[in-house]
Write a protein that binds this ligand. Sequence first.
Ligand code: ADP
Ligand code: MG
Length: 321
Amino acid sequence: DALSNKIAAGEVVERPASIVKELVENAIDANSSQILVEIEEGGLSSIRIVDNGTGIEPNELELAFSRHATSKIKTDRDLFTIRTLGFRGEALPSIASVSRVNMQTSTGSAGMQVELEGGKIVHKQPSEARKGTTIVVTDLFYNTPARLKYLKTVLTEAGHVSEVMNRMALAYPHIRFHYVSDGKTVLKTAGNGDLRQVIAQVYGRKTAEKMVPITGSSLDYELSGYIAKPELTRANRQYMSIFINGRYIRNFKLAKAIQQGFHTKLPIGRFPIAVLKLEMDPTLIDVNVHPAKLEVRLSKEEALSEMIAESIKKALSEETL
Ligand code: ADP
Ligand code: MG
């Protein structure tokens, strides 16, 4: 119902950046190869996302906006083998409950368009049949003044959206992202799968040139990515990005493991720049801890930490040979 959607919204859609994250995740889950994200005023006045993914069947569009309706999980067992970024079926109803939403979608044949206000469909009509989905979210938090008050300046919110877009681009070098804020292109990736090239776009060419490829594996984990040579350190932890099965995550132990890999080469109070991708059997990771899916629980964390630290040491020592 309307109230539980609003309560869930408090957890899932904290600010414009969390909405962008959820909607881009949906576009990725729909196998898009191109994703356009346009925001106005930090996303507070408008967020527009255009993808070229599978689209939604016209007769399933209404269902997509109802609570706990997900096309991604069919059985209890699926919950433990999550491959998609979404699975709770909460994002669309939550977003719709605190904003005005217009969604146009097509699977390639007939298209459909719906308009929602306060989570309710107020208009529905057939639309063009371009395969993919366009969603426009406007007047964010117009019916939840308390949330609106808590938000910071346009600049701060736009910064959070940029962070989300950077992570998405780093996580998916095969997807062509175009991110526009107030009419200006902030990020545009080639979608050619070249991670170093995305790093250059996100952190600058000079930094990317000082990155060293890293690989590692153990029975359960596959590691790849780039780390910056020790002379390139930063004053905060934000530059250590870890992606597990395509999902940006935060994990204290794994961040520690990265630092251990740098051993004595890190000055006190300085942190590495790292972009690490981990692939593992989904049963080893529990992403169902928090609605935002940022914190995860990992099995065999010790072994994984060790593997990460060792792989970094190895990559750095090969570099100095
Ligand atoms: P979840 O992603 O957890 O399944 P959402 O509320 O985010 O839940 O989305 C509900 C459903 O709507 C999805 O399961 C999917 O079937 C459909 N959907 C949402 N966005 C898109 C999109 N961009 N392209 C195709 N299908 C989508
Ligand atoms: Mg989703």
